[in-house]
Design a protein around this ligand. Structure first.
Ligand code: ZN
Length: 192
């Protein structure tokens, strides 16, 4: 009766999912998305992560506006002529709770995977959210319950606490990227 269970293929040492070395593919449902922090800033030249402006730095901007701007330490790209826009760009970094058939846990989704669910770049979404302040909240809501096939990989950075989503495939044929749903929702009020 139990003969069709080839144990030889599975790893004899049963390790928890957080210690897998190779990417794991699993089916899951989106439980929640942390919509309060969807992006991080990178240098627009070399795409290295820029330090976030802290509370301290953010209040300095009265005397010299460039003081609060993150400056890339790697290529030292100084953005004196056009502060605030072209020196950095946003990439998605999204924390997402997913449920498998056995448990619920948090994974981190970086730009390439997040674009699949959001349907646009992080900068596009940020601009959209500037006009529609609840866009991020709504995006989280519309993605809740989506069934996904995700490939999870162990973070290369030993300090990272979450498995990262290497790739994501929405499974429902009715799936629409969040930005598509949002544009439809907000279009009711006119496109001006
Ligand atoms: Zn740079």
């Amino acid at each position: 009766m139990s003969s069709e269970n080839p144990v030889s293929q599975t790893n004899p040492r049963k390790r928890p999912i957080t210690e897998v070395d190779e990417p794991t593919t699993l089916f899951c449902t989106v439980v929640a998305i942390d919509h309060t922090n969807l992006y991080y800033r990178v240098c627009s030249v070399c795409e290295k992560t820029l330090p976030e402006a802290t509370h301290k730095n953010a209040t300095i901007n009265s005397c010299s506006s460039s003081a609060s701007l993150p400056i890339c330490r790697y290529c030292n790209f100084k953005n004196a002529f056009n502060p605030g826009s072209s020196g950095s760009k946003r990439l998605f970094k999204v924390l997402m709770s997913i449920a498998t058939d056995t448990k619920v846990f948090v994974v981190v989704m970086f730009d390439r995977a997040a674009r699949v669910l959001f349907g646009c770049s992080a900068d596009e979404f940020f601009d959209f959210a500037k006009i529609h302040p609840f866009a991020a909240t709504t995006a989280g809501k519309v993605l809740e319950g989506e069934m996904l096939r995700v490939m999870l990989s162990k973070p290369k950075n030993g300090n990272a606490q979450h498995l990262r989503v290497a790739s994501v495939v929405p499974l429902q044929s009715s799936f629409q990227p969040a930005i598509v749903t949002l544009r439809k929702l907000y279009q009711v009020r006119g496109g001006s």
